[in-house]
Design a protein around this ligand. Sequence first.
Ligand SMILES: C[S@@+](CC[C@H](N)C(=O)[O-])C[C@H]1O[C@@H](n2cnc3c(N)ncnc32)[C@H](O)[C@@H]1O
Length: 447
Amino acid sequence: MNPTPLFLPCAAGVEPLLADEVRRILSEVAPRAAESLHLGRGGVRLVGSLNTAMRLNLESRLASRVLWQVAAGGYRDERDLYDLATGVDWPAWIMPHQTIRVDTTATRSPLQSLHFASLRIKDAVCDVMRAENGQRPDVDPRHPHVALVLHLTEDRAALYVDTSGEALFKRGWREAKGEAPLKETLAAAMLAAAGWQGREEDGPLLDPCCGAGTIAIEAAQITCGIAPGLNRSFAFEKLAPFRAEAVAWQQLKAEARERQHAPRVGVYAGDVSFRMTDFATRNAERAGVAHAIEFKTADALQRPAPAEHGILILNPPYGERIDAKGTGSAPRTYDPEHDFDDEGPAPRGARSDAGAREGFEDGGSPTAFFNALSAHWKRQYSGWTAWVLSPDAKLPQAMRLKESRRIPMFNGSIDCRLFRFDLVAGSNRKPAEDGSVARRGDEDTDR
Ligand SMILES: C[S@@+](CC[C@H](N)C(=O)[O-])C[C@H]1O[C@@H](n2cnc3c(N)ncnc32)[C@H](O)[C@@H]1O
């Protein structure tokens, strides 16, 4: 099968990071595909072969899918969509006993019903298949063998076969989730935005509020050279055109395994809840990186820096979704099932950091938590860079820190910012790489 247009959707705002990643994956092995790459809205486009599609499924951390275009053209109504889809050689893709599903996405489409658009595509596929084989595929909305994606703009339609199946953020290692886990693709986007590639020069990494461990596990796989898709299967493995590529697919996976190596830098993670560090440890075991992460059940408001410098990267507890805990919270009843620290069971809310405790009698409000966190970082993490994902645009004020970067990112449908804070002690304020100067807020209590 000839190279064809591929579309790799991703979360809004992540497109440039995905473009860099795809270029990095392909520049040596498929330079023409890498050169054909274009930034699109909600993803990137390129022209690639079956091999390129398989490789991107295996290696991309930021794409949510790899879509293989089978038809594209102008349209005015559903009849045009039907005609477009009847032009595809469906028997080359679908066997009569296999099931299908059609999803439609649109930007400024004039059509009344996207559901009806999906139905017309399904009709076209079934009519072509019936004419060819006397049999039509069934629809399975949940686990189809072949998932089709129709994308409509104002006057253009593109029809794709989804080569990924389950969305790519499902890496195959997560069983224990916790309360508010990040998608793996978003954790990877945070790391990419921070420019952290797991090299020695990137320095060690700590997520002190790790929950189910998503950021640390992504980071550990990166620093060990582990491809994100090695633990899962993909829809293309059952698609007819890819079956001829079975040997090449095994080879791609074998090469990816050979590229794995010992961790190049330290990855540290922890959570105040023993239950969460236990979840995270089990997830790390399944992801093959338990050896590369040092987990600790610890209060982020007290945890000492594990190295002289490095990056802190986290999505801290916020709002109703998940409570801030630790010394910033009002003392609570001891829960023997969940409340342990490294030394064994201990009542949560035990206070040992006098400075961080000040002003917490309000019962652990987010403001008190972030105040205490920045006070702790200023004392113990000078020389580190912190990257914090938050839906609160006023987080820098709450932390009494001036951000040196603010990158828009979506956590699902939640509009967030990834803030960068350069943690410098006292007068040792240094300009950030982008030329801005990290300053403490005027009301900084830690001067
Ligand atoms: C939004 S969740 C992080 C989710 C995580 N990134 C993941 O993908 O699963 C915030 C986490 O912060 C933890 N947490 C709350 N207060 C803490 C504290 N004082 N120290 C350390 N962790 C804390 C919570 O237990 C929760 O697991």
